[in-house]
Ligand binder design. Structure first.
Ligand code: GCO
Ligand code: MG
Length: 402
């Protein structure tokens, strides 16, 4: 099965996405996601200029070889642009292999370890009361796990707080907006948020929270300790996840379960966190880390250390990534939870998919391949629109991590 055509499709049905579509001499096609939020065109150019010419005429059955060829052959190693591009090729090749063999991809990854995939939804509001009310709505929709993010008193905008109900989109059209940040106000708020949520929702639902890399290990230890009695499912990105030493410090201070890795793009950024059991969940995705091929290796590395997958699933990962992630989630034994931020109806129309939400779980479906496609004609009606993630500043004007 030879690759005869490779198209890079950039579209914006509600937000920007970069998609790779491969065609073969057997009349099959496969799709992969290459979206890198706020830097989409860099990956599109990397694919178009440097990867597509290497794909035409290649044997589509050789997934591992192609992955190694594109990574090692580039010499420069993994980085967010490189691995997002390689991920799209890898997803498309798994999609093709599944279609060629008439099997859903999870069958090729060892078959199902579970019947359905536990997901968490995003409840947010301008204050604690609004956030808890949003969490009640999620629970009524059937969610068994809910992430809580609330506006912070004194700050105009806070990470994780959306503009509409049941929906959160971090990127803003145009140039990046600037948001203020205060660690002190935030640290005062989060224990109150969890207290109110447990009082209203009870204990029959998992609660999660994302600190979005903003705390020092000491601050995160303080927060984790305060949250322990509310039995959070996890505290996500409590500290910047590129400095692994910080997690040693954090582990000494709190027993709160820790989830990291949505910005990781290789096993080298996480192996110590796994082998020293410094974290509980890996947020590493099929997209950012370079595809299904490397994520399976990461999952197998993590399994004996009792570290589980808790894959990133924000709106900037297209339904192609969600479909691919679910194939892994349902197959690997050490799976924990999948983030599920609902896409807009427009996005779902451009990317028709098999997966369905029911009763707090996602069900990947059983069609051959990944179970997702792109409607190219419809996609063409939504051209790219420049959009950026916000930038954060402290009260004195210092730039900090968003
Ligand atoms: C999450 C993430 C997202 C990211 C977004 C950036 O936990 O879902 O933190 O909200 O900020 O994916 O593009
Ligand atoms: Mg996050």
């Amino acid at each position: 099965m030879k690759i005869t055509d490779a198209r890079v499709i950039v579209c914006s049905p509600g937000r920007n996405f970069v998609t790779l579509k491969l065609e073969t001499d057997e009349g099959l096609h496969g799709v992969g996601d290459a979206t890198l939020n706020g830097r989409e065109l860099a990956v599109a150019a990397y694919l178009q200029e440097h990867v597509v010419p290497l794909l035409i005429g290649r044997d589509a059955r050789r997934i591992e070889d192609t992955w190694q060829y594109l990574l090692k052959g580039s010499y420069w190693g993994p980085g967010p642009v490189t691995t997002s591009a390689i991920a799209a090729v890898d997803m498309a090749l798994w999609d093709l292999k599944g279609k060629a063999l008439g099997a859903p991809v999870h069958e090729l990854l060892g078959g199902r370890s579970r019947d359905r995939v536990l997901v968490y939804g995003h409840a947010n509001g301008r204050d604690v009361a609004e956030t808890v009310a949003a969490a009640e709505r999620y629970r009524d929709l059937g969610y068994r796990a809910i992430r809580l993010q609330s506006g912070v008193p004194g700050l105009e905008q806070a990470y994780g707080v959306g503009r509409g109900e049941l929906y959160y989109e971090p990127a803003e059209p145009g140039l990046p907006p600037e948001h203020g940040w205060s660690t002190e106000a935030y640290l005062d708020l989060v224990p109150k948020l969890f207290n109110a949520a447990r009082n209203t929702l009870g204990w029959d639902v998992h609660l999660l929270h994302d600190a979005h890399h903003r705390l020092t290990p000491t601050e995160a230890g303080w927060l984790g300790h305060r949250l322990e009695d509310y039995r959070p499912f996890w505290l996500e990105d409590p500290i910047g996840d590129l400095l692994q030493d910080g997690f040693v410090h954090l582990r000494r201070q709190t027993r709160v379960p820790v989830a990291v890795g949505e910005i990781f793009n290789s096993v080298y950024q996480l192996h110590r966190l796994v082998t020293e059991q410094l974290v509980d969940y890996l947020r590493t995705t099929v997209l950012r880390t370079g595809g299904i091929t490397p994520l399976m290796k990461i999952a197998h590395l993590a399994d004996p250390y009792q570290v589980r997958l808790g894959s990133h699933g924000a709106t900037d990962l297209s339904p192609v990534t969600m479909a691919a992630a679910l194939q892994v989630d349902v197959a690997v034994h050490n799976f924990g939870i999948q983030e599920y931020m609902r896409h807009s109806d427009q996005t779902d129309e451009v990317f028709p998919h098999d997966y369905r939400f029911h009763g707090g779980y996602l069900h990947p479906g059983d069609s051959p391949g990944l179970g997702v496609d792109i409607d190219e004609d419809l996609a063409a009606k939504f051209p790219y629109e420049r959009a950026y993630l916000p930038v954060s500043r402290l009260a004195d004007g210092t730039v900090t991590w968003w």
